[in-house]
Design a protein around this ligand. Sequence first.
Ligand SMILES: [Zn+2]
Length: 143
Amino acid sequence: MNETFMLTALAISRKALPECLPNPPVGCVIVGTEKIVAKGYTRSPGKYHAEADALNQIQGKAFDCLKMYVTLEPCSFYGRTPSCALAIAEDPRIDEIYVSLVDPDPRNKGKGLDILRKAGKVVHLGLCTDEVNNFLNQYLFPE
Ligand SMILES: [Zn+2]
């Protein structure tokens, strides 16, 4: 089931191209009671990242124990848009986050995961890594 949700996030992430560039095309789904309640992907630069896009869709709605599946580590830094990791950390409805790949961008590189863990979220790293990497790798900054 977890794999199905991550592969759905991967499929959605393809919609981000080409408008998202130079940001990587990321996909995100939010799941409540084994059902997808929001689907997001990276919008054009300065607009929503995938996680913010998905969170926006459930804005003001009462949920708890939600799980988020995102193909790339949420950003920890404030760039053209606010940090996704902070937005997730501050959302009490999200309990668990499944992340496929660590973001190799030196501004992030594990810092996003740290923010989530410090906020008490359960973080699972490495779901569907091969499938996501095959698509996403070409759009990421080199190490
Ligand atoms: Zn972000």
